[in-house]
Design a protein around this ligand. Structure first.
Ligand SMILES: *[C@@H]1O[C@H](CO)[C@@H](O)[C@H](O)[C@H]1NC(C)=O
Ligand SMILES: *[C@@H]1O[C@H](CO)[C@@H](O)[C@H](O)[C@H]1NC(C)=O
Ligand SMILES: *[C@@H]1O[C@H](CO)[C@@H](O)[C@H](O)[C@H]1NC(C)=O
Ligand SMILES: *[C@@H]1O[C@H](CO)[C@@H](O)[C@H](O)[C@H]1NC(C)=O
Ligand SMILES: *[C@@H]1O[C@H](CO)[C@@H](O)[C@H](O)[C@H]1NC(C)=O
Ligand SMILES: *[C@@H]1O[C@H](CO)[C@@H](O)[C@H](O)[C@H]1NC(C)=O
Ligand SMILES: *[C@@H]1O[C@H](CO)[C@@H](O)[C@H](O)[C@H]1NC(C)=O
Ligand SMILES: *[C@@H]1O[C@H](CO)[C@@H](O)[C@H](O)[C@H]1NC(C)=O
Ligand SMILES: *[C@@H]1O[C@H](CO)[C@@H](O)[C@H](O)[C@H]1NC(C)=O
Ligand SMILES: *[C@@H]1O[C@H](CO)[C@@H](O)[C@H](O)[C@H]1NC(C)=O
Ligand SMILES: *[C@@H]1O[C@H](CO)[C@@H](O)[C@H](O)[C@H]1NC(C)=O
Ligand SMILES: *[C@@H]1O[C@H](CO)[C@@H](O)[C@H](O)[C@H]1NC(C)=O
Length: 558
């Protein structure tokens, strides 16, 4: 039947009817956004949840499925949900970032996110994409391969999802408001969490400890998600190595490591072999911060518990890299490579149509009412992004003038010694809703360069609507004459979120074949809020199936 399909015009439809639809299904979910009292660290407080669960429900789908999620907002906040890492081909309406692809769902209203899962399988996640509500509104997305398609690694005995987060005693929105009014970073979180639970190293937390039971000799797949707002994290299991097999729902060449590094927005699947003396072993997460900013050294723990071992046995802590271990971080990231097999190829753009170079800058703006008379801010190529008041995708689709401009500069207006001596002087930034326009199907290389404006710091950048290839990275200033020669164009890691190292740069490549408006931003909520973001407007192609789909009838209005 397959060979016949190739002979027919529209063969893809024929193929998908016989080989996909037979197994593909529509998965339906109801998400009620509501407020629930949740207790952690000796306190109870009302938080925004989905269906009263924290973390929220896992969305399960199979590659090829259609997913429909009816989000009904019973909370006092307007809200939107982002399906982080799903490509949403032609379908930005279901992507979720508030004011980028949609107006938020107002209190009392519903919106049906409707999308197809095409050409992706693995671990992704969903989260609120407005204000700091993703502090509590998040959950996993697990996409199984098509029926009959095995994993490209030995089948695990079972699977577990581990979602890392941050917890504040206070109302997170109040914390942010206070930070903004003082012009300073908001208070740090009070705990890190694993599946919503901080573990016994925090007060009153014995009963808030996640544990997974394992049997000696078996191998387990852990689907790990960093849903923290502002912290890159190290993760390790005492006494056990981890084998990395997938990042951001893309298979990797497997490699063994004592710990993983995971930035906010990223996912990592690892295999772990329960090959130690039966006992109780801590799984632990702690931040990685190698910038000259305050170190948050709080460790969340959960338990890797062998069957039959009583809870009275004291677990051992793993050896995590120290919070400032740059060497470990760089060496870990260098080990990440796409699997790049005929079934799972790495289709890296070799020729570049458009070269972009964005500098990441932190800064201070005058603010007479603020603590220091200044307010912290951030910019990309010297532009602090201003959020529009209606969805950019809608403005693009209906050609509404005056909402955004497409004159975001391809390179910084004034070159300088980006990672040289600290630049504390306020260089001044321009504000604006300025986007980058990309021709359909053009190939793009984007170098993201950290700077020493105020301070160097690492920044996990997330691109919506696409995966990209991380072709190169380095410390110091990017050298356009020398660095491209060192690129990996064979099997670079493919992902949707990448860390730009402290005082360094990262080069990514992608083919702009998904029309629409796609957000590009630092996934540290702190920096997103300060303006470290822009968006790409990818034009329609010539063919009917290369254009943005019409908006759904229930698309929320502002
Ligand atoms: C939540 O818990 C706090 C403290 O126990 C209590 O004062 C408050 O009434 C509860 N709120 C709701 C909505 O149940
Ligand atoms: C979504 O849920 C709301 C609240 O239950 C319901 O009124 C609405 O009909 C649902 N929408 C769809 C399309 O199912
Ligand atoms: C999903 O796939 C179905 C079947 O191919 C198609 O009719 C529908 O338009 C697709 N939906 C989206 C949002 O792409
Ligand atoms: C932030 O932390 C300070 C110092 O601990 C505290 O006084 C303040 O109340 C906190 N702010 C919020 C909104 O919780
Ligand atoms: C973990 O890997 C290291 C390096 O390959 C090795 O020395 C060590 O024995 C391994 N530990 C376990 C528990 O497998
Ligand atoms: C972090 O905490 C650990 C354990 O409490 C301690 O050993 C270590 O010195 C701390 N590191 C920093 C940088 O504070
Ligand atoms: C990392 O932190 C430790 C403990 O605070 C300190 O002794 C060490 O000098 C730091 N290393 C680097 C490279 O900054
Ligand atoms: C701003 O104010 C805070 C709090 O008073 C202080 O810790 C910090 O050093 C000040 N920063 C600058 C750059 O003045
Ligand atoms: C940039 O600054 C660094 C550190 O001050 C210095 O070593 C380097 O020579 C400077 N580079 C250029 C091109 O000026
Ligand atoms: C940023 O823009 C402002 C306002 O246009 C300008 O004064 C400043 O020199 C620019 N700074 C840099 C680093 O390009
Ligand atoms: C995109 O461009 C490539 C190379 O120029 C071409 O092979 C491919 O057919 C184009 N794809 C579409 C969807 O136009
Ligand atoms: C929700 O959105 C509506 C329409 O934009 C606006 O009038 C209202 O103030 C918003 N509510 C909140 C709590 O921000």
């Amino acid at each position: 039947m397959a060979s016949l399909a190739f002979l027919l015009p529209g063969g893809f439809i024929f193929l998908s009817f016989f080989f996909v639809s037979a197994d593909a299904a529509t998965k339906f979910y109801q998400f009620n956004i509501q407020v629930n009292n949740v207790s952690r660290l000796c306190h109870a407080k009302p938080i925004v949840t989905v269906n009263g669960r924290f973390p929220g429900p896992t969305v399960y789908a199979r590659e090829g499925d259609s997913v429909q999620i009816n989000v009904t907002n019973h909370a006092q906040y307007n809200i939107s949900i982002h399906w982080h890492g799903l490509k949403q081909f032609r379908n930005g309406w279901a992507d979720g970032p508030a004011y980028i692809t949609q107006c938020p769902i107002q209190s009392g209203s519903s919106y049906m996110y409707s999308f197809n899962v095409t050409g992706q399988r693995g671990t992704l996640w969903w989260h609120a994409h407005i204000l700091w509500l993703r502090a509590t509104v998040y959950g996993a997305i697990v996409i199984m391969p098509k029926p009959g398609t095995p994993y490209p690694f030995p089948r695990p005995a079972s699977e577990e999802t581990l979602v890392f987060g941050e917890w504040w005693h206070a109302d997170v929105e109040e914390v942010v408001k206070q930070g903004n009014s003082l012009g300073l970073p908001p208070n740090m979180s009070d705990a890190h969490t694993i599946n919503g639970k901080p573990g016994p190293l925090f007060p009153c937390s014995e009963k808030h400890t996640f544990a997974m039971e394992v049997e000696q000799g078996k191998t387990y797949l852990l689907r790990i998600i960093n849903a923290a707002l502002n912290d890159e994290l190290f993760f390790a299991i005492a006494g056990h190595n981890l084998t990395v097999v997938e990042i951001d729902a893309v298979y990797t060449k497997p490699f063994m490591t004592s710990a993983i590094l995971i930035a906010p927005g990223q996912t990592t699947n690892v295999l772990v072999h329960a090959n130690q003396m039966p006992g109780r072993y801590f799984m632990a997460v702690r931040p990685f911060i190698d910038a000259p900013i305050p170190i948050d050294n709080k460790t969340a723990t959960s338990i890797f518990q062998y069957k039959g071992i009583p809870n009275s046995v004291l677990p051992t802590l793993p050896h995590l890299p120290s919070p400032n271990d740059t060497t470990f971080a760089l060496s870990y990231n260098r080990k990440l490579k796409s699997l790049n097999t005929p079934t799972f190829p790495a289709i890296v753009p070799l020729k570049v149509d458009r070269n972009l170079f964005f500098t990441v800058g932190l800064g201070m703006n005058p603010c007479p009412s603020c603590v220091n008379g200044t307010r912290l801010t951030a910019s990309l190529n010297n532009i602090t992004f201003v959020m529009p008041e209606i969805g950019l995708l809608e403005a693009h689709y209906f050609n509404t003038k005056g909402v955004f401009r497409t004159d975001f500069p391809d390179k910084p207006p004034t070159p300088f010694n980006y990672t040289g001596a600290p630049l504390t002087a306020n260089l001044g930034t321009t504000k604006g809703t300025r986007l980058v326009k990309l021709a359909f199907n053009s190939t793009v290389e984007l170098v993201i360069q950290d700077t020493n404006l105020l301070t160097v710091e690492s920044h996990p950048f997330h691109l919506h609507g696409y995966n990209f290839f991380v072709v190169g990275t380095g410390i110091g200033n990017f050298d356009p004459n020398k660095d491209p020669a060192k690129y990996n164009l064979i099997d670079p890691p493919e992902r949707n979120t990448v860390g730009v190292p402290t005082g360094g740069w990262t080069a990514i490549r992608f083919t702009a074949n998904n029309p629409g408006v796609w957000f590009f931003h630092c996934h540290l909520e702190l920096h997103t809020g300060w303006g470290l973001k822009t968006a790409f407007v990818v034009e329609n192609g010539k063919q009917a199936d290369q254009t943005v789909l019409p908006p759904p009838k229930d698309l929320p209005q502002c």
